[in-house]
Design a binder for this molecule. Structure first.
Ligand SMILES: [Zn+2]
Length: 387
């Protein structure tokens, strides 16, 4: 559910509020209720394009409020449908799965705090455009650049849900690693209460070290981080999809700049935004979209040089407020929309091609445990003879 989309008539990227205002809907109450005349709803269908793939058929979705507290739980946004109710997005569009992106994730991601973030980004985008630091044409150029990158760097999606689960089981064998863990020797088994299961998992992990080195930094196969990759597998199995390794450095730079921006986004003295307190790798994707979209644009305009892009951020942040807050917004232009999920899938792909034993991890660990216990018995037998 894109927060911003491209208006052909206005020739700019806009969020829903901005688009309604540009079309003459002024009252704040009308936004809340989304009391929009029919002609304007019809116009949305032909004027508003998906930022990522250019699909038409936008419908307007009002912001949702919690029945209990009355607090905003979902930001107003665009949703794209064909006249027959089908999905008009390109199969590889980041927003193809808008219905599925909804649900619990959607509701928590756009609580009022996150809408404040979207507004803060909108304010910066308007300042940047008004001060001539960037333009709508450059925003559009970034969108086209990413579409081309996606098309040029693809791999066949041949990962299965079973392989993802296998990687999850694999990573879990190291979950109990701590400072007291040493490589197994038979003597360890003589300790009272020795945990054979934990020791066998660590031994299995040690023997499969080359597989772990394929995971890469900040890739997690935990249940929560597998939800999105599993949906993408379901949607794109057997298709050519983005090869995320091609954009890894750019993604890391965008996260770095987004983290910097999160620290300096709101006025001094106000509580730092929740995003500023967390490492960007742990940000919930939806919460990070606005910041990543802005960071990607600043980097795109700085030849992906982090220091230059941070200087650009400072110029935007200190530019005078824009006289018009309808100049644009770019939250739907985050080129790294699903990037974390693609990293997980790609790591699973590398691991699947490198593993030599495809049996379930638990079965292999049981085998290792039996082997270790046998070694211990032999050692115990020989040490008894030594006595
Ligand atoms: Zn689309």
């Amino acid at each position: 559910m894109p927060i911003t989309a491209y208006s052909k008539e206005a020739q700019r990227e806009l969020d829903l509020e901005q688009w309604l205002q540009l079309n003459g809907l002024q009252t704040a109450e009308a936004f809340k209720q989304l009391d929009v005349p029919d002609w304007l709803r019809a116009k949305a269908g032909t004027d508003v394009e998906c930022s990522a793939c250019g699909a038409l058929g936008a419908t307007l979705v009002r912001s949702a409020r919690s029945k209990g507290s009355g607090r905003a739980v979902a930001q107003g946004h665009f949703r794209f449908r064909t006249a027959e109710g089908g999905n008009p997005h390109h199969p590889l569009c980041d927003f193809h799965d808008e219905q599925n992106v909804r649900g619990a994730d959607y509701l928590t991601s756009f609580a009022s705090d996150k809408s404040a973030l979207t507004r803060a980004i909108r304010d910066l985008v308007c300042r940047g455009i008004s001060a001539g630091i960037f333009s709508q044409a450059e925003m559009r150029a970034m969108r086209l650049w990413f579409l081309e990158e996606k098309a040029a760097r693809t791999i066949l999606l041949d990962v299965t849900p079973e392989q993802l689960q296998w990687c999850s089981d694999m990573q879990a064998t190291r979950a109990i690693r701590n400072a007291g863990s040493l490589s197994f020797i038979p003597e360890h088994g003589s300790l009272p209460g020795f945990d054979w299961e934990a020791a066998a998992k660590l031994e299995w992990a040690r023997r499969n070290e080359p597989l772990f080195s394929e995971i890469g930094p900040h890739v997690y196969f935990q249940r929560q981080s597998l939800e999105r990759p599993l949906r993408l597998l379901d949607q794109h199995a057997g298709q050519q999809v983005l090869d995320p390794s091609a954009l890894r450095e750019k993604y890391d730079a965008a996260l770095h700049l987004a983290s910097f921006a999160a620290h300096h986004l709101f006025e001094p003295g106000t509580k730092p935004h929740a995003l500023a307190r967390e490492h960007p790798y742990y940000w919930k994707p939806a919460a990070a979209h606005p910041l990543l979209a802005l960071s990607a644009l600043l980097l795109f305009l700085s030849a992906w040089d982090l220091q230059r892009a941070s200087a650009l951020f400072c110029r935007v942040k200190t530019a005078p407020p824009a006289p018009d807050d309808l100049l644009g917004n770019l939250v739907g232009l985050n080129p790294f929309h699903d990037y974390q999920a693609w990293l997980v899938i790609n790591a699973a792909r590398r691991i699947a091609s490198k593993r030599t034993d495809t049996r379930p991890v638990a079965e292999q660990v049981t085998e290792v445990k039996a082997e270790m216990q046998a070694q211990h018995r032999i050692w115990a037998g020989s040490s008894e003879r030594d006595l």
